[in-house]
Structures are given as structure tokens and as C-alpha cells.
Design a protein around this ligand. Structure first.
Ligand SMILES: [Zn+2]
Ligand SMILES: [Zn+2]
Length: 302
């Protein structure tokens, strides 16, 4: 799937986003987090409650390769002073390395079938890793996961820990599950370009998640290719980005006319994670994101 023509974002909107960033009382926007439907520890309801208690006003649920938690989260959000942004974090591959692409405001109906396929792929991958562990002498069963839950390595790490095969989460990755380790199985090939195109075709704004965690090349070199493929934004604020990296990403967003997003990539309490809302991101980041999503769905308007 290749995007032939990539409509550019409206420059005035972008400039407004970039100009207003850094001013005003910013409490409240959280655009990257996970529930139990992927590798988070909270249910969507608990997540929304935790976010509301932390002062979040707008929360995007971005589970890996599934939107299964969005409905519950949106319903719970109605009871709080909180708006739920439907989202997803697609697992893709770029230059042979794992790359995550966030998608905001997808049309859930259109994305459902392709995601179901992806979910099936993740289930197979988890099973292949279990088989490898079994052959290594570590028999395990995957913990019971709900229907729409995408199994991932943290689930396996938890199972290894529970079985007493390892003493820590880190040990599970260092000895078995990390890239290149004996129980590792690579992702089914789903290129970043295809992921970006899929998101756009479902009306979702594609955003490169945590670029400085990408291991397949320098951000400056990779970004232009992604932009060419239709990327519309970059996750500038992420717990793994240093301040200097955030600043560099801001510059790049300006240079390539890209939207800015951010979030704590929250997976639940007690995992050494930043608390929800700890970036206190300004609401001004939201409107351009919303406008871009609307433009993808209804290109003739505005
Ligand atoms: Zn990610
Ligand atoms: Zn994430």
C-alpha cells in the first residue's frame, strides 16, 4: 500500500500549534497510554479514573494494535470531566527494526478488520515464543487474556516471573525475550509505510511514537522517508526523550510541518513509569490534531 499524494497540513494551523506551545496553564493532555487490552495493567475504566484523578482532561488510549478498550474508556470518561481520544499504537517494522506508529481518531469500523489480522499475528508470535521457551526447558502458559487483548512480551515476562524462572522483569528480557535473545520472535513484517497508509485510509493521524527509541537509524535520516510516506506528526514528549532531544524534535516538526504530540506511555502504576499527566501538556496541541483527523476523513471540507 503506497500513498500517492500526501496532502500537507495547513501551515497556519501548524504555526498556531507551534506558537501557542509553551504558554498558558498546561495541565491536562495525555496522548499515549495503555490498558489491559495490550500490555497495560489497568482496565480502561481504571485508567480513565486514574487519569481523571491526575487532572487529565483529554486522554488518548493507544493500545498496541487494538482499539478494543476505547469503547469502555469512552463510556467511563462520560462520568468524569474527561474526553477520550480514540487511538492505537501500531507495531510496524522499518529497516528490520521495530517502529511504533500512533494513530489518533481512527474510524474504528474501518480499522477493525486489519487490526483483527494484526491481533491474530500477535497471538501467533506469542505462541511461537512460548514454544521456544518450552524447547529451552521453560514450560509456560500464557496468562488468560481477554478476547480483544493483544499478547506481547511483557505478558510473557510476567508469566516467566510468576513461574519463578526469572527474578525480575529485566532478567526475562535480558535472558529470553529481548531482540536477538533465544526466545525472541520478530514481528510479522508490516512496514512503517504500510502502517502509515493504513492509518490514513482509516481517517487516523499517523504519528511517529518515541522516535529516539528507534534502533534502526538516526531520527534525522529516517524522518524524511516517513514524511514522504504520509506521516503527519511526531511524539515529541515521551519519558525516554531527553530535553535536548525534545528540542530537536520540535525543530524537526517545524522544518517538516508536522504535528506535535506527547504522552507518558503509561502502562499502569508501579512499573517505574512516569505518572499520568506528568508532562502537563497544553490543550493547544489538541485542536490541530483533531483538525488533521477531520481533514483526512472529509478532505473537501476546510
Ligand atoms: Zn511504543
Ligand atoms: Zn506505547
Amino acid at each position: 500500500m503506497v500513498v500517492k499524494t500526501v496532502p500537507r497540513l495547513n501551515r497556519a494551523t501548524l504555526e498556531k500549534q507551534q506558537r501557542t506551545f509553551g504558554v498558558g496553564p498546561y495541565i491536562m493532555l495525555e496522548l499515549h497510554c495503555h490498558s489491559q487490552y495490550s500490555d497495560g495493567t489497568l482496565t480502561p475504566t481504571q485508567l480513565v479514573q486514574t487519569a481523571a484523578a491526575a487532572g487529565v482532561k483529554v486522554l488518548a488510549l493507544t493500545d498496541h494494535d487494538t482499539m478494543s478498550g476505547c469503547l469502555e474508556a469512552a463510556e467511563t470518561a462520560q462520568g468524569y470531566d474527561l474526553t477520550l481520544v480514540p487511538g492505537v499504537e501500531l507495531s510496524t517494522v522499518y529497516r528490520g527494526r521495530s517502529m511504533h506508529i500512533l494513530g489518533f481518531y481512527p474510524d474504528g469500523d474501518r480499522l477493525e478488520a486489519p487490526l483483527r489480522e494484526r491481533l491474530q499475528g500477535r497471538k501467533q508470535r506469542a505462541q511461537q515464543m512460548l514454544d521456544k521457551l518450552h524447547r529451552l526447558g521453560y514450560a509456560l502458559e500464557l496468562p488468560q487474556l481477554g478476547e480483544g487483548v493483544a499478547p506481547s512480551r511483557p505478558h510473557l515476562a510476567r508469566a516467566l516471573l510468576a513461574a519463578g524462572y526469572v527474578n525480575s522483569w529485566e532478567e526475562a528480557f535480558d535472558r529470553f525475550l529481548g531482540e536477538g535473545k533465544p526466545a525472541y520472535v520478530g514481528y510479522a513484517k508490516f512496514s512503517a509505510e504500510d502502517g502509515i497508509a493504513l492509518l490514513r485510509s482509516c481517517g487516523a493521524v499517523p504519528v511517529w511514537a518515541h522516535p529516539y527509541l528507534f534502533a534502526g537509524g538516526p531520527v534525522e535520516e529516517v524522518l524524511p522517508h516517513l514524511v514522504e510516506a504520509g506521516l503527519m506528526g511526531v511524539e515529541v514528549y515521551h519519558p525516554h526523550h531527553r530535553r535536548s532531544q525534545q528540542e530537536r524534535l520540535q525543530q524537526l516538526c517545524q522544518q517538516y510541518s508536522l504535528l506535535i504530540t506527547g504522552g507518558t506511555d503509561y502502562h499502569g502504576p508501579g512499573l517505574g513509569a512516569k505518572a499520568l499527566n506528568s508532562f502537563a501538556l497544553p490543550m493547544s496541541l489538541l485542536a490541530p490534531l483533531k483538525a488533521a483527523a477531520a481533514h483526512l476523513k472529509f478532505p473537501e471540507v476546510g
